[in-house]
Write a protein that binds this ligand. Structure first.
Ligand code: PMP
Length: 404
């Protein structure tokens, strides 16, 4: 992997912020886009733009087939058995809401239990809480251990005969923990409970194979895997998706409409009401192709080494406490510093050209667990370098001296 060539693929990284070279370490929030992604979308607008699925003319047929090829490409990338198991959404959030609403409508009754963990992003917490409230069901929250890992024993005992669905994050966006989702799914399936995997923070850093995991649902967002905003993916097993009612009504999701009867379309269209974001779907395909052309295994290895280096260097800073110290982690480094508010550190780092995120990262229960108001979060991607980590450490030390 030639990192300098890779960096050249991302035009945004070339700029200076306040006269300092940009060091972008906010990749868990969103990743930057390579030229190939931007060009794929521009090309569609320049040459082929036309609403899909509805036209008989050349442009419509071409953009429809580009859209459906993107679906096939994504299905292959995550090893889905069928292309129609890929539903395009606006992102992970919409995918969770879709399942919480549609699966929930059909399968959750009063007194049933929905199991999530304490480390979920609000996107994978609030929709389930809303479902529980709508149905007078119970949202059970599995706490995490002090190091930010999940206990498989506690997970197993949290499943009861009332548990109807489990939703867990593959990688925590605050703690960086890689959860043992394959093992958790196996345990859940022993009790016949389907599992939803939030892959928003894993899809870009790990190999994700839905058949190997045997997950029932899985979701991710395009913008976190070097693709555009406004597009995401819900994977669901054919049988489950087939049995679920539509989530939104409108064009595309119907096969026929008369004044007194509506017949719904087949998968995947049943869940794709309205004009889809076909331009972004093509951008997402280009992003995945970009990763595959580099080689996912090379990316994983590079990021693993960079992450280990960053962890080691950060831990040498006096007064810095890492939040989340599980054995298996990726990409995300959350920390607090003695006597320094995360917002102050984030603001001052910005003046040195370094973009990190500070706050609760849409995971307030994690903050409550540790009794903190927020963390500073640096998150790495395939274009970051050890030299950038050195600059981060140098500036953290300098700012610490100034602020204390
Ligand atoms: N889950 C996790 C673990 C996340 O990190 C995020 C985004 N920060 C989401 C869900 C929501 O993703 P989006 O806002 O793209 O829908």
């Amino acid at each position: 992997m030639n990192i300098q060539n890779i960096r050249k693929d991302f035009p945004i990284l070339k700029q200076e912020i306040y006269g300092k070279p940009l060091i972008y370490l906010d990749n868990a929030a969103t990743t930057q886009k390579p030229v190939s992604v931007i060009e794929a979308m521009n090309d569609l607008y320049f040459r082929l733009n036309s609403n899909i699925h509805r036209g008989v003319h050349y442009l419509s047929e071409e953009s429809t087939s580009a859209h459906e090829n993107a679906r096939k490409y994504i299905a292959d990338f995550i090893h889905a058995k069928h292309t129609h198991e890929i539903i395009f959404t606006r992102g992970t959030t919409e995918a969770v809401n879709l399942v919480a609403f549609s699966f929930g409508e059909k399968n959750i009754q009063q007194g049933d239990e929905i199991l999530v963990t304490e480390m979920e992003h609000h996107s994978n917490f609030v929709p389930w809480k809303m479902l529980a409230e709508r149905k007078s069901a119970k949202l059970i929250v599995l706490p995490f251990e002090e190091d930010g890992s999940l206990s498989l024993e506690k997970f197993q005992s949290a499943i009861t005969e009332k548990t109807k669905i489990i939703s867990i994050t593959h990688v925590s966006n605050v703690l960086g923990t890689i959860n043992p989702v394959k093992e958790m799914i196996r345990i859940a399936h022993e009790a016949d409970v389907p599992v939803f995997v939030d892959a928003a923070q894993s899809i870009q850093h790990l190999s994700v194979d839905v058949q190997d995991l045997d997950c029932d649902f899985l979701a991710f967002s395009g913008h976190k895997i070097y693709g555009p905003t406004g597009i995401g993916v819900l994977y669901g097993k054919e049988k489950l998706l087939d049995e679920m009612p539509p989530y939104q009504g409108g064009g595309e999701m119907i096969s026929s409409v008369s004044l007194d009867k509506i017949t719904y379309n087949e998968l995947p269209f049943k869940f794709e009401a309205g004009t889809p974001n076909y331009v972004a779907a093509i951008g997402l395909q280009a992003a995945i192709k970009y990763l595959e052309d580099i080689g996912m295994q090379d990316v994983i290895k590079y990021e693993h080494d960079l992450f280990a280096y960053a962890t080691e260097q950060l831990l040498q800073i006096e007064g810095l406490k890492m939040i989340g110290t599980a054995k298996k982690k990726t990409s995300v480094l959350s920390f607090v510093m003695d006597g320094i508010h995360p917002y102050d550190m984030g603001t001052m780092l910005d003046k040195t050209g370094i973009a990190v995120r500070s706050g609760t990262h849409c995971a307030e229960p994690v903050m409550q667990h540790y009794g903190i108001s927020g963390t500073i979060r640096a998150s790495v991607a395939l274009y970051n370098t050890k030299a950038e980590i050195d600059k981060l450490v140098e500036n953290l030390n300098k700012i610490q001296m100034i602020l204390s």
